[in-house]
Ligand binder design. Structure first.
Ligand code: HEM
Length: 253
């Protein structure tokens, strides 16, 4: 059907909107990780300037951030819905778009969906507490003793999303532009192995960021990847190299 043609039809528009929303989301994720968190730390915990900045700047940034995440997720899933035969033979040797493509987009999507869940279920849930506390303290009220813990949980999830983002973007873009053809897997077993190993590694990182492997205290050595944006950059780089090497071995013919 012409309208569902991946190169000329509706999928082109949906992909363009998806990329736009994705750039808005991940751009703000990078702003939080590389600019806002280090800058706000300079205000000190109880500073009035910090609470004003949380209320006036972070509140706006979080609005765009969480809705851009929803838009990206919905438009991403819509690409599948509007592209002809997208799921035909998915992850099998009869795949319409090839096993290399399928393995790459599967991992890219799983990372993206996990990140969107982190935005709403961890980051936003906890940032609401931080925002409410800032307004309350600015109005002369008592500081909420739970605000620091909530901020910490949001920070860990945000840095985990930062870590995931490099690999997510690589496999998202690579699905259409790098992995089909040159990197096609020769058996669905190899493509599945790539997906399963990626899920195990990503799952361990995710559980760790949620504090399920030893708590969220700064003294927990397992949380090294999240203790600074530099550590998160290094961890994200290592994760990317590991998944890239795996994809070379398992998604290649
Ligand atoms: C949240 C979950 C996400 C889902 C379910 C999703 C889904 C998809 C799908 C199905 C495709 C088409 C891949 C193909 O077969 O060529 C795609 C492509 C793409 N996505 Fe995502 N995506 C998500 C997140 C993101 C994010 C956060 C970004 C950040 C910018 C992003 C950027 C892209 C790009 C650049 C492409 C390639 C477009 C093209 O080559 O035409 N996606 N995504």
């Amino acid at each position: 059907m012409e309208i569902l043609d991946p190169d000329t039809g509706l999928p082109v528009l949906v992909r363009a909107l998806h990329v736009l929303a994705g750039v808005a989301w991940i751009g703000l994720l990078y702003y939080f990780n590389l600019v806002q968190v280090p800058a706000f730390a300079g205000f000190g915990d109880e500073g009035k300037a910090r609470n004003i900045a949380i209320d006036k700047v972070a509140r706006r940034a979080l609005w765009w951030f969480r809705w851009a995440a929803v838009a990206t997720l919905v438009l991403g899933l819509l690409i599948i819905g509007v592209t002809e035969n997208y799921m035909e033979g998915f992850m099998s040797e009869e795949s319409a778009y090839g096993l290399g493509h399928n393995g790459a987009i599967f991992v890219g999507m799983l990372l993206g969906i996990t990140m969107a869940a982190n935005v709403w279920m961890v980051i936003w849930k906890n940032q609401r507490v931080v925002l409410a506390n800032a307004v309350n303290v600015l109005g002369g009220g008592e500081a909420d003793p739970n605000a620091a813990g909530a901020g910490r949980r949001a920070l860990l999830a945000s840095r985990q999303n930062f870590i995931f983002s490099f690999s997510m973007l690589w496999f998202m873009v690579g699905a259409a532009h790098l992995y089909p053809g040159a990197f096609d897997a020769d058996s669905s077993g190899k493509a599945w192995t790539f997906v399963i190993i990626s899920v195990v590694i990503g799952g361990i990182l995710q559980l760790n960021a949620l504090g399920k492997l030893g708590g969220t205290a700064a003294t927990n050595k397992l949380l090294w990847p999240y203790e600074s944006h530099k550590n998160a950059l290094i961890t994200g780089g290592v994760l990317f190299v590991v998944l890239y090497v795996l994809s070379e071995i398992l998604l290649k013919a």
